[in-house]
Every structure is written in C-alpha cells, then in structure tokens.
Design a protein around this ligand. Sequence first.
Ligand SMILES: NC(=O)c1ccc[n+]([C@@H]2O[C@H](COP(=O)([O-])OP(=O)(O)OC[C@H]3O[C@@H](n4cnc5c(N)ncnc54)[C@H](OP(=O)(O)O)[C@@H]3O)[C@@H](O)[C@H]2O)c1
Length: 220
Amino acid sequence: MNTKQTIAVIGASGNMGTAISVGIAKGNYKILLIDPAKDKLNNTLQEIHKYHPLADAEIVDCSVNAGWEADMVILAVPYQAEKAIADKIRAVVNQKIVISIANPLNDTYSGFETAPDTSAALELQKLLPNAKVVKAFNTTFAADFYTPVIDGKQVDSFIAGNDEEAVQTVQELITTVGFNPIIAGDLTVSRTLELMQLLLIQLGLKNNYNWHAGWKILHH
Ligand SMILES: NC(=O)c1ccc[n+]([C@@H]2O[C@H](COP(=O)([O-])OP(=O)(O)OC[C@H]3O[C@@H](n4cnc5c(N)ncnc54)[C@H](OP(=O)(O)O)[C@@H]3O)[C@@H](O)[C@H]2O)c1
C-alpha cells in the first residue's frame, strides 16, 4: 500500500486553490488548506467534501507549519505574492516538490511581468534553491478541474521540471485529477508553458471560451 502524501495548498480559497483542492481530493492525499482569508477556507473545505465526503483535508493557520508537514506544496497564489511566501517557507521545503501554477500576467493580459528570458517557475526556483520546483497546472483553467474532458477529449496538462522523480510524482497527481499528463521538458520549458496559457487566455477573451477551454495535442 502506498504511503499517503501530504499536500499543502497555499491560496486554497482562490479559484485555482479551490479547484485544485477538489481535484486532488480524488486521490489518497492529505490536503492542508492555507489562505490569509481563513473564513473563506470553510467554503473550500465544504466544496471538497461535497464532491469527496471522505477526503482527508484540514485548514491550517500557518504556511510555515503546513510547509513543514507537507511532502508537496502548491502555490495557488498570484505571481506577485510568491516572493513573500517563498521567504516564509524557504527553510521548510528543502528537497520538497513545490508546484508553480502561476502565469505572471500583466494587468491587461497583453503580456507578462517577467522578462522574456525567465518565467514565474524559474524565478520561484531562484527563490527556493533547495526545493524541487515543478511547473504544472498553469495551462488548465479552474473550471477544467471540474470537467477535465471537453468536447469528448481529455484535456492535456503539461509538466516541466528538472528532477525526474519530482516530475513523475506530479505526473501521478495530474492523472489523479483527471487530466492527461504530458512531460514537456526541464524547468526552462516553463517559459513556453506560461506563454501557451497567455495565448489561451487571449483567445478565450477574443472568442468567448467562457474560461472553460484547454490544450489537446492530437497525434497517432
Ligand atoms: N484562474 C485560473 O483559471 C488559472 C489557471 C491557471 C493558472 N492560474 C494561476 O493560479 C494562480 C491563482 O489564480 P486564481 O485565479 O486562483 O486567483 P484568485 O482567485 O485571486 O486566488 C488567489 C488566492 O491567493 C491568496 N493569496 C494572495 N496572497 C497570498 C499570500 N501572501 N499567502 C497566501 N495566500 C495568498 C488570495 O487570498 P486573498 O483573496 O485573501 O488575497 C486568494 O485566495 C495565479 O498565479 C494564476 O496565474 C490561474
């Protein structure tokens, strides 16, 4: 029997934090929910139990305690909030997987706040040099977690990371959530993955995809 892994979701009351928490509650994980707005976390907990009554999830006050207890940390916060969180959890995430889901969008969705030669994930790895940062879940909208099959096709979910074992662990997590995992490359590929979502957001706004769209690679 596999040992149950503990996953801390920081920003768990947001759109993605809630959707990811509900998605990972399908698997054999213990989920720790962290957010500055603690009252809103009750909604996340209720949402988890609505879909998965037996899920092992709890609200935790402090990101440091959660990071300490967790095997894996998901940062479901805006890119701009990541530095402050990284400063808090740096010492407790050594050798642990930290998932970067951020797309560092500017205010008008016309581009990124990051320079072209870097990415949110690469910047996070610099801030957490002893953690295993993996890019994942940035190319899937929050609504996709509730319906990971669109138009009869299972949405692809891309992974980029430098540590093979960490990438494999995240691949299993993505499979549990219900997406089709695709390992895209090392962490530098996160630049491309973040650009993919910028394009999908821009297309969604132009063509009214209603925030329920995803990438699918068709192949033989
Ligand atoms: N929405 C999507 O479909 C989507 C898809 C792919 C990737 N993403 C990425 O996912 C991330 C979250 O997006 P979102 O749409 O879920 O945003 P959101 O709904 O605004 O949620 C962000 C959450 O982070 C919390 N937060 C902010 N600063 C924090 C801090 N210092 N410590 C702990 N929690 C903090 C916020 O709490 P307060 O509200 O109390 O400030 C809020 O609950 C972003 O990086 C975005 O680029 C989003």
